[in-house]
Design a protein around this ligand. Sequence first.
Ligand code: CP
Length: 302
Amino acid sequence: MKNKNLIAIYDYTREEQTRLLDLAEEFEREPVQNILNGYVVATLFFEPSTRTRLSFESAANRLGARVIGFTDSASSSVKKGESLKDTILTVSNYADIIVMRHPRDGSARYASEVSPVPIINAGDGANQHPTQTLLDMYSIRKTQGTLENLQVAFVGDLKYGRTVHSLTMALTNYKTTFHLVSPGELKLPSYVKTHIKEKDLKYHQYTNMDEAIRKADILYMTRIQKERFSDPIEYERVKNAYILNKELLENAKENMKVLHPLPRVNEISEEVDANPMAYYFRQAENGVYIRQALLASILGVK
Ligand code: CP
């Protein structure tokens, strides 16, 4: 995996993904290792982030690397009109690897085509979020003991939710049955459903979440992505479509875990946080180990 970009989850084979999950387990057992001493990691965030940026920076710091970057493109020369290409070419002089989040679909792929150093996509528009997918897979494997033959329910904004797109594609390697719960206008895009169909797997679509909750081993809640709507009235219509509460979990399987890439707005009531099925803050913690595995592998030290 040395120097290999990670732009979409399917850029890495199932075997490469498994290797990263195994390596993340090693980092969870021993998170502080001075194996990236002398390396510089750049984090370029053209869009807001808490978990992805800070867990990458925590991962780099715990492995002895230095971190440079910006959290707001308005504080960089992009504000003066500098192109993405020129920004990437410039930063590649200062860093060994670039972690980039950008609001435009396809921007990470473009950056990888012009960059002399590896690019990790930390989310590009409504397209892909492959490092989130790896930590989601890690969380699923850790809580269920396997990734095979699971019933996975996705709830919320399946149209604009990039974490849903990446994770669905990844789970098609594991005989998953998909339960897709969304308002009619926020259904999973057909190009993602094509990945499911190509693997001869089943998906069921719902507008109500009760039945999907009863069947699920994993309940993957998502935020309605306000920032992707062109019409604010349309957002207002769907913003409260799904709110998970304690009562709804009463009919869930015992092994079921609730995941959410976070941030949440109101789609999971805070009363759920104390329920043993709630796993989303542990899921965010797992992001550090997966990102340690990615940095170490792509920089060629593991
Ligand atoms: N899950 C996730 O991408 O969170 P942030 O937007 O806070 O990075």
